[in-house]
Design a protein around this ligand. Sequence first.
Ligand SMILES: [Zn+2]
Ligand SMILES: [Zn+2]
Length: 213
Amino acid sequence: MRLDMLTVGLFQSNCYILSCERTNEAIVVDPGGEGERILEAINRQKLRVKAIVNTHGHIDHVSGLSVLAPALSVPVLMHKDDLPIYNNLSTQAAMFSVPAPTGVKIDQFIEAGDKIEFGDIACEVIHTPGHSPGGISILFRGESPQIILSGDTLFMGSIGRTDLFGGDYDAIMKSLRNVYLQLPDETVVYPGHGDKTTIGFEKRYNPFLSQLL
Ligand SMILES: [Zn+2]
Ligand SMILES: [Zn+2]
């Protein structure tokens, strides 16, 4: 699998383009802004995008949808528990004093255990609420080492804030314990902001994770 990361928008969110090297089929995860730039990256590699997946409904992860979704005409996927947040993009925008992005229709709700496939690649949706009610992580078990896209649940050295838009500290700690701590240490974590990391590194240096050991 090929993984491209583009850091986009005012909030410096990581958009991921995951593609199958054999078939050039791909998915886009969290187009948080700069839709044109994401499109360019897709076209440059001649990728055939099958779906756009949102780890959650926060403004900094969905602001590129209005450009990307019509241009690609592929299904837009999100967990249904983040729909109330997503349907209130104007409130989110006002909170950060930024212009409200235009939302697009969510075509398909995804939930724990769902598989998403593109080319030879399959990944699994894991429900990891806490930063938001419908937050998901996306696990690629077939990669070696495994890869997980963590959205805003786990960052290098930290976790997503839980004081905004449906956040719940107890829920995020439960997601960390039940999902992240169960993964092998060598699993590579690609977060919604900042650098990639590994589960082993976070167990050691991330106080939110190490307190659960
Ligand atoms: Zn977020
Ligand atoms: Zn974010």
